[in-house]
Write a protein that binds this ligand. Structure first.
Ligand SMILES: Nc1nc2c(ncn2[C@@H]2O[C@H](COP(=O)(O)OP(=O)(O)OP(=O)(O)O)[C@@H](O)[C@H]2O)c(=O)[nH]1
Ligand SMILES: [Mg+2]
Length: 282
């Protein structure tokens, strides 16, 4: 029988650092001689995340048009396609940052339906410090709607381990404050401090992800009305633009110019940007 694939799903709110972390994990596993497949997820095709991971040389399949949690069959189909030429040892999966309830809708179905093919690694959820502090402290007027905050809290609640990311930017006091807040809200859940950007904390993270055990068991009680409204609030525009020029131009400068103009126009409207990502390809 073919070997079992280790299924490593990394959750976390929009912009938490999932893709950056998966890229680093994929490099680490590849360096150990393991065969890695990655699955990304969004509402549209040709995702920024897919492009950025493929540009790093990884094998990436995407589930586009619906989130994993609503389209389990397509997730499994994509996993199968990735396995066609070479069966991966490790399958890294990134769900959409505005989704939760992934234990019930993804991990448990894998266990029930594909138990012989997959081993489930601890389900880790990344916490972005700026989001985490506001939501865990229940800050008012934090630029976070209560329904979006509900989703972030539910994501943490179903984690086997919570990863405090971006420690490269934090002081010891700031890291301690977040650890303390997590300890108060989730006393039974281990936390790790990492930087997906620099690789700090990855040795411990890799050790955690290798642990045998029964993971993905924290089933949520969830109010689907609040969840659906929160997810709708976080809905976004996917758009692409094709540009031609007679003269050479710097793509980075061009993209930065678009982003800064967007930022100042939104500031004029007193609108806070929840999430924005841009990729330039030529
Ligand atoms: N300083 C710092 N920046 C980080 C770190 N991890 C991620 N980032 C940055 O944060 C931004 C978002 O990172 P992504 O990895 O795209 O986050 P994501 O969770 O995949 O985002 P979505 O898929 O859009 O929800 C990028 O600009 C990253 O470079 C980190 O550890 N330190
Ligand atoms: Mg991503």
């Amino acid at each position: 029988m073919a070997h079992q694939i280790r299924y490593i799903m990394v959750g976390g709110f929009l912009g938490a650092g999932k893709t950056t972390m998966l890229g680093r994990l994929a490099s680490e596993y590849t360096a150990r001689g393991l065969n890695v497949g990655i699955i990304t997820n969004d509402q549209a095709t040709d995702l920024v995340d897919t492009n950025s991971l493929r540009a790093q040389g990884f094998r990436v399949g995407e589930v586009a048009g619906a989130c994993f949690c609503c389209n389990f069959n397509e997730l499994m189909e994509t996993a199968k396609n990735l396995s066609d030429d070479q069966r991966p040892d490790i399958l890294l999966a990134e769900p959409v940052g505005s989704c939760t309830d992934l234990v019930a809708t993804v991990i448990q179905p894998i266990k029930h339906l594909f138990d012989a093919e997959f081993v489930i690694a601890p389900y880790t959820v990344i916490l972005k410090p700026s989001h985490g502090r506001k939501v865990l402290k229940n800050e008012k007027r934090a630029g976070f709607s209560p329904k979006a905050a509900y989703i972030l809290k539910k994501q943490l609640e179903e984690a086997d381990a919570i990863l405090i990311n971006r420690i490269d930017e934090l002081s010891t006091e700031e890291v301690d404050e977040l650890s303390q807040l997590l300890q108060e809200h989730h006393p039974d859940v281990p936390t790790l401090k990492i930087s997906a950007k620099t690789g700090a904390g990855f040795e411990e993270l890799l050790e955690l992800l290798d642990q045998p055990g029964e993971y993905g068991q924290r089933l949520l009680e969830i109010d689907y009305d609040i969840y659906a409204e929160g997810e709708a609030e976080l809905g976004w525009l996917n758009s692409s633009l094709s540009v031609q020029s007679e003269q050479d131009f710097s793509l980075d400068t061009f993209l930065l110019e678009i982003v800064s103009q967007l930022q100042s126009r939104l500031q004029d409207l007193s609108a806070e940007t929840a999430h924005l990502k841009v990729i330039g390809l030529w």
